[in-house]
Design a protein around this ligand. Sequence first.
Ligand code: ADP
Ligand code: MG
Length: 305
Amino acid sequence: MDLIINKITKLFGKQKALEQVSFSVSHGELLGFLGPNGAGKSTLMKIITGYLPADGGEVFLDDERISTDKTSFRKNIGYLPEHNPLYTDLYVKEFLEITAGFYHLKNKKQHVARMVELIGLGDEQHKKIGALSKGYRQRVGLAQALIHDPKVLILDEPTTGLDPNQLEDIRSLIRNISREKTVILSSHIMQEVEAVCNRVVIINKGKIVADGSISEVKSGKLRRNQTVIAAFDKPVEKEKLFSLGTVKSALFDGENWEIESDGNEDIRPQIFRFAVENNLTLLALSLKQQNLENIFHQLTRGSDA
Ligand code: ADP
Ligand code: MG
């Protein structure tokens, strides 16, 4: 199922938590929704799942519009909220049966057994939720999100607070689940998205600042500024490079120039012409590959987080 988010705006008082947020997710995609704390991730996820009304824009799940006063779309959406609120006094199986009842599923026990198997809750299924480790609580959260076999899964920071072993388990579980579902996973940790997802949408202060495959975002195509590495056969005066107009900064390390552009256009052709016009031979000319962490910081620079 395709999820279409179209110009969503959300206000809390005078604060714009989301401003004209648009992107769509195709069937089978595993999308990372990345942004610093307070960027608006949870707010958007609550709107997508129909728990919070938007002040502008709309969300469609295929042809159906999501709204807080309908429930028909719920059979298609599974949701693991942030901080995974669970009833710690309930037994794992009991909780999952209640969840199955919420969706009016027939053969509740069968659905619970299927989840216990799929999510790997076998050894813990007879325990109280309160007695489980954080990793197993997250599994119970995933099981409740999946019990009605929804086509779209919305996971709000599903790996936050897990230790490294639990983290790897939950990551591979999510990757497996995503083979058959459309999944959006939010995180404020770039490595998390890089480890699990193939596409990333980056949000900062309520606005989308990047959207593309991990490799596209890394190659710099979607960034506001591009950095080009260039080397010339003769010394070049820095001021001359700035005469190109679109150059924001230029650093020379004794061998290579690192030239940052002011916009997101590729300035390699300009550098090439610059070399020709100034009788220089280009010894190197390439776009700088950055790791996602640097890009994330660059895109969200100036945020409070
Ligand atoms: P994230 O999940 O990316 O950390 P949130 O969506 O939780 O961000 O929050 C986005 C912004 O909206 C934050 O500034 C937050 O303080 C504000 N916010 C979220 N929920 C509420 C609310 N119920 N009332 C007022 N402000 C809120
Ligand atoms: Mg959040």
